[in-house]
Design a protein around this ligand. Sequence first.
Ligand SMILES: Nc1ncnc2c1ncn2[C@@H]1O[C@H](COP(=O)(O)OP(=O)(O)O)[C@@H](O)[C@H]1O
Ligand SMILES: [Mg+2]
Length: 388
Amino acid sequence: MFVGQDLYSGGSFVYDPWVLYKQGLITAPNVVLAGIVGSGKSSLAKSLYTRSIPFGRRVYVPGDPKGEHTAVAEMVGGKAIVLGHGLRNRLNPLDEGHRPSGLTDFEWTTQVASRRRNLIGALAATVLERSLSPLEHTAIDVALTAVVTSNDVPILPMVVDRILTPDPADDEDGRLAEDGRLVGHALRRLVAGDLQGLFDGPSTVTFDPSLPMISLDLSRVAENSTLVSVLMTCSSAWMESALMDPNGGQRWVIYDEAWRLMSHPALLKRMDAQWRMARHYGIANMLIFHKLTDLDNVGDSGSAMRALASSLLANAETRIIYRQESDQLGVTARTLGLTGTEQKLLPGLGTGQGLWRIKDRSFVIQHQLHPDELAAFDTTTRMTGGAK
Ligand SMILES: Nc1ncnc2c1ncn2[C@@H]1O[C@H](COP(=O)(O)OP(=O)(O)O)[C@@H](O)[C@H]1O
Ligand SMILES: [Mg+2]
């Protein structure tokens, strides 16, 4: 894909993580992009992914806190799923999801059952902000089995009811209800409490992995961090089933404003798993944040969360550094092993200019936007009141 101009040579600069991977120049197609607000990060992401669509790649934005990828998704013939209180849209976490080709009925049923179990467990863990005990997993499992066998379209409220009031036949010593009480009430928040109205009915939106682009627009819920986390947990579970399809093709997975998403442990774990699997699934992850030290604010020092965040950076062989605040220069240079000259460049970078480190090679690139791209991607029109 054409990116722009190489500011040292004056030549054009092209980049394609899949091609570099195929040529053996990088061992994983993941990208980290850091720069201050307004430096042009989102615009670069939008150019990279839209320009790769004609090459057969697809795009997935699993959580867009500012809703700024929605218009682009619609423009390229994809879809943005907008969720929020007061909107009609519902997501049913018990949906079967996309069936990958080449699975037998038995394999598929097993896969659906295990995905539902994992997802409901992850949702409960997210709301409880801790991992579940074995007894709690059992409580979920028993309730799920009962609900799924007796309903064509199982929905979350049924599971909650079953966890809180188990079938006496399943609960001979009367302990199951007790074991499931906390998980039951945690999940109840999603169907009757403050998080109600999004997960409590059959889905009104479908996740169609054949579209060129899908974006989950979280701008209407961005202030509620539990809700963001829960929604992204659901969407990444569906995405995983689409990604596991051997005919799913190659796709970009874009985490814009990633520091907001990374504060959720369950999401960070999923992200980490997806980064490790990137090659296998043919996906290129792109993680966008302000500064490399955003990764140091994840979890407590020495915690598993912090280690995960650092491993994300370590697993990205393409690091693009846009303009940085001067107090960040030392850290950035040390983390990436920049030379003195490269470090001096960073504070003077203009909009759309960045230092690209691809494994051990460095380039300074001006990202060039076509006027139509500029109009389509612009994030300032709303603030300046300009016409589209
Ligand atoms: N390569 C570029 N050439 C010209 N203008 C750009 C370029 N990249 C970004 N811009 C403009 O800069 C502004 C901020 O860009 P944006 O991508 O939203 O920044 P960030 O995501 O880093 O906050 C937008 O109005 C955008 O149109
Ligand atoms: Mg941005």
